[in-house]
Design a protein around this ligand. Structure first.
Ligand SMILES: [Zn+2]
Length: 208
């Protein structure tokens, strides 16, 4: 083995051992939605505001008391929860199984990229919002603070592989890295992915 190759192998091994020593918390995102103030008021009444019932790991993000019925051409799903605070766009995050139940062909997208995504109707306690776009299947991803991204040696929007689950139901998934000042280390999978790999909230994954 040439010295160059030996050096390269040692470097790769070191990176791998380093990542294995820093497992990543994995949480399962059930279907949920984000919305504008305008959409919220359509659903819950003029002047209504979301009620925070639980802070999430991602700084500033919270689960709200408010839920809606999601309606598509083939069916409805009740009690889909709002995640606050308001955003400048509406985004309804569904699993592929939800899409089948609703009869919606939502595209696989990164968060915030909702242009031309699937139409969906939301039904709240005070009214309904027929959205011409907004329904997506969220790409599985890992959130990083810039300092954490540096420690793991990853860049924003890079795809990495993470090993999750326990044998014999474990697996390796490609996931998108999302790096932002207001983010914190956490991997998000959807319910289809979590169920397929037998993962519970708070399980740990290892970046390869
Ligand atoms: Zn996330």
């Amino acid at each position: 083995m040439s010295q160059d190759l030996a050096g390269e192998v040692a470097e790769k091994l070191k990176k791998r051992m380093d990542r294995e020593s820093k497992p990543i918390i994995v949480n399962i995102s059930n279907r949920h939605w984000h919305c504008t103030q305008e959409t919220f008021e359509k659903l819950f009444g003029a002047g209504a505001r979301p009620t925070n019932i639980r802070d999430l790991i991602q700084p500033g993000q919270y689960a709200c008391r408010e839920t809606v019925t999601l309606k598509g051409p083939k069916g409805e799903i009740k009690k889909a929860r709002l995640i606050g605070p308001f955003r400048p766009y509406n985004q309804i995050e569904l699993s592929r199984t939800d899409c089948v139940a609703l009869g919606i062909d939502a595209p696989l997208r990164d968060s915030g990229n909702v242009k031309g995504s699937a139409p969906i109707t939301l039904i709240g306690s005070a009214g309904e919002a027929r959205l011409s776009e907004g329904a997506i299947v969220q790409m599985r991803h890992i959130h990083f603070h810039p300092k954490e991204a540096e420690a793991y040696g990853v860049k924003s929007m890079e795809y990495v592989k993470i090993r999750v689950g326990k044998p014999p139901r474990d697996g390796v998934l490609s996931v998108l890295c999302r790096v932002r000042e207001d983010m914190k280390l956490e991997c998000h999978l959807d319910t289809d992915e979590g169920n397929a790999l037998g993962i519970k909230n708070g399980d740990l994954g290892t970046m390869l």
